[in-house]
Design a protein around this ligand. Structure first.
Ligand SMILES: Cc1cc2nc3c(=O)[nH]c(=O)nc-3n(C[C@H](O)[C@H](O)[C@H](O)COP(=O)(O)OP(=O)(O)OC[C@H]3O[C@@H](n4cnc5c(N)ncnc54)[C@H](O)[C@@H]3O)c2cc1C
Length: 354
């Protein structure tokens, strides 16, 4: 039986980026993946927003992860000969003049200038009968959107063609863990990585890890009159998807692992839409997903404390598009060459209690 270097469980954006980087570095891979309710990659807007929070600071580690992600996705685009990245601006509303002043001060900061515009390029007057714009607004440039489900569809098709995909739901009982290998049915692997998204909460190998998944619901909305080509953020995002379609959301709910949509959040989304859009719109879909967040909002990557060839690649939370390419590379370097994993993202920060 020929041993394969890596078995990856789960092909959301985390598993996909891990697989691509592993193969690029010469590892042989097999993938087990089955679509399931609540999967995050299928419904995410895929935005990469480099400046966050009310204090307008750079997103965590953005200077390292953004250039890496851009290069990585460009490579994938070239390889698959499809476009799944967009560069776009993000418009955000301010709650008060103090916030606007803070923004203006930050826009002069040479380290932030790359992203923060000191004046609006967006022409508000063209939107006065379409969008409830406010006087106090700021604009970010050099933001990105990764069309995650387009990328996922292409990647899964390629794996299928290459005979590297098993479309099954793997349970722990189906796997055999040996000293230096793992077996699944008739296949033998040197290593296994679980990239199961929020469903890792049900995997007893990782029961000591404080996952903190958060459920999000959103609408896909058709609004032919809107003609907005930047993402607009007040309490939620309105993100253009092309062809007059917009991604609107999302809500946040913790400790709700029901992967399906509900009436409560539908109401919330309607309220937000009606408070924001002035032009006619039609709801095309109401979707939900569960973000694989961790308690400290950092990725969770690295080996299992008991089984050295068993790994996790998870905790991408709200930022799978930007975080997963770089940290996939960190994990593969660890598996292949024993290079270090920064403690702040490592499984080591969550030692089992006994
Ligand atoms: C509403 C919403 C909006 C978001 N917006 C953004 C955004 O704008 N920008 C951004 O960067 N991120 C965003 N995110 C977060 C982003 O979606 C996640 O960070 C990312 O998709 C996580 O990817 P993943 O591969 O870890 O998990 P998932 O996408 O959930 O993928 C895991 C996959 O593995 C499969 N699987 C799991 N266990 C098994 C098993 N045992 N056997 C077989 N298959 C299995 C699952 O069915 C699933 O398809 C958003 C998320 C939500 C919910």
């Amino acid at each position: 039986m020929k041993e394969i270097d890596l078995l990856i469980v789960g092909q959301g954006i985390a598993g996909i980026n891990l697989s691509y980087i592993a193969k690029k570095k010469g590892l042989t891979c097999m993938h087990i993946h089955q679509s399931s309710p609540g999967e995050s990659t299928k419904v995410a807007a895929g935005l990469i927003n480099p400046i966050t929070g009310r204090r307008f600071v750079k997103s965590w580690n953005i200077d390292t992860i953004l250039p890496f992600a851009i290069k990585h996705y460009k490579e994938l685009e070239d390889e698959f000969n499809i476009n799944f990245t967009d560069r776009l601006h993000i418009l955000r509303t301010f709650q008060n003049v103090a916030e606007e002043n803070a923004w203006l001060a930050k826009s002069a900061d040479p380290f932030l200038k790359e992203f923060l515009l000191d004046r609006l390029a967006f022409d508000k007057s063209k939107f006065s009968n379409k969008l409830k714009t406010v006087d106090l607004m700021g604009e970010l440039q050099n933001c990105h959107r990764i069309k995650l489900s387009t990328l996922q569809d292409s990647y899964l098709n390629k794996l299928k063609l290459d005979d590297e995909l098993i479309d099954e739901w793997v349970k722990l009982d189906d796997l055999r863990f040996h000293e230096n290998s793992i077996t699944y049915k008739s296949l033998s692997f040197k290593n296994i990585v679980f990239a199961e998204g929020w469903r890792s909460i049900y995997n007893s190998l990782w029961s000591h890890i404080p996952f903190a998944p958060s459920k999000g619901e959103l609408f896909l909305v058709s609004a032919p009159d809107l003609k907005l080509n930047a993402a607009f953020k007040n309490t939620m995002f309105i993100t253009p998807l092309g062809k007059d379609l917009y991604w609107v959301g999302a809500t946040y709910e913790w400790k709700n692992y029901d992967p399906f949509v509900g009436e409560k959040m539908k109401e919330k989304l309607f309220t937000m839409l009606n408070n924001t859009l002035l032009c006619p719109y039609e709801i095309k879909a109401h979707l939900s997903g569960i973000r694989p967040s961790s308690k400290d909002r950092r990725p969770i990557i690295g080996p299992h404390h008991k089984y050295p060839h068993v790994y996790i690649f998870n905790g991408m939370g709200t930022k799978g598009s930007s975080l997963s390419p770089y940290y996939a590379h960190v994990l593969i370097d660890f598996i292949q060459e024993g290079k270090g994993i920064p403690f702040e993202v490592s499984t080591k920060r969550y030692p089992p209690s006994s």
